[in-house]
Ligand binder design. Sequence first.
Ligand SMILES: [Ca+2]
Ligand SMILES: [Ca+2]
Ligand SMILES: [Ca+2]
Ligand SMILES: [Ca+2]
Length: 478
Amino acid sequence: MPAREARACFREISRLISVSLVLTDLLCGIIAFNLDLENPAVYSGPPGSYFGYSVDFYHPTQDRSAVSVLVGAPKANTTQPGIVEGGAVYYCSWPPSEQDSCREIPFDKANNRMIKVNGTREPLEYKSYQWFGATVRTHRGKVVACAPLYHWRTVKVSGEMDPVGTCYVAVQNFSAYAEYSPCRTHNSDPEGQGFCQAGFSVDFTKDGTLVLGGPGSFYWQGQVITAGVAEILNGYSLKAILRKVQGEKQTAAASDDYDDSYLGYSVAVGEFTGDSRQELVAGVPRGAQNFGYVAVINSSSLSLVQNFTGEQMASYFGYTVAVTDINGDGLDDVLVGAPLYMDREFESKPREVGRVYLYLQEDTLLFSASIMLTGIHLFGRYGSAIAPLGDINQDGYLDVAVGAPFAGQDRDGCVFIYNGEKSGLRLKASQVLKGSWATTGIPAGFGFTLRGDSDLDNNQYPDLIVGAFGADKVMVYR
Ligand SMILES: [Ca+2]
Ligand SMILES: [Ca+2]
Ligand SMILES: [Ca+2]
Ligand SMILES: [Ca+2]
């Protein structure tokens, strides 16, 4: 039964339920309220732009029922003069129409800024190939989008090119913009913040504080950075290249034992100490001698409060992290992806299938042993994306989606839907979404990016956005 009919049926049943519970079986058979797999809405972007590399829902400040979709396309060409493949973020109105559903958001219309060095003008920065739109995230009316491969010249006399990364924020329905490049500092070069790639990962806390990962700082130890969006906008000027935002926090460099660990490869937030100040959660996929770990970090002091360590070397544990309350006990739980995990059922023949780990919070900073979900497709990169979905089947427990973007014989990608329950998570997927774009050179990457837990069509059921950057497509399932 198509999901929409099931839902109409459900509403009908809701009315009848007080009359007779027996009727439910007569009307619908087995009741399963799920995503409609047959008719996803599709947005298309410019060919080769990697449209769909990042996605999010956007709730405008005023009319909160008018939800739309934001889509990052980090290889898009823009109207910025002299910039090649600067990357863009598109605003896509709901529902998609035949043409012009998506338009570029004008975060930055300018060329590279210039400086005078010994009497000649030189670029201060390099926006070509900067991957703007590799990440995008919204929090109510606030939006952040980043270019982790943005380079700048540094303050040195001999100009260098350091990939510090930069982000742009937008507020008030895209009427105000500001740039935020927290690693563009005097502390350049690989030993400093020169290779930071700020904005490689992004999130917001529930009170709207921006959280950025910069996995390349300090010889790739990586770092996590937080700042208030109001503070970023307050007193912002294009000329303030080396600007310290008030209240900004950055994790510091550690001893060289921590080199090459990539703190901040992924970030999320959650409540794990029983107060109301959320902690930061950051993936460190090459930390702990390459076993990978996930750090829970106090958001005030930026001190480490908890670690989850990976199970297998080079599995990329912490490639992605997500936080949701999967068993409905009011405590946030943690999900961690390890997309390069190898199944060693037969020691002689390991199979790279990927794995996702779920840690249930039992008490303040006390977690269950991990519950594991393992991929079934060789080289499918299962666990590349994990998205809290809200409660898609309306049973009172939150649900989650896991992407395996290169799964299947034609590498067309899969997304697995799992339902939460009192004991944690039903280990069998309730639904499997399949990509429908054959590989043309690069795989479509269906499920490389996922975002859920918002209701686009206002039918009270949360919807799911699935990106397929290799096909320059974004699907909406509802
Ligand atoms: Ca807390
Ligand atoms: Ca929980
Ligand atoms: Ca549910
Ligand atoms: Ca919906």
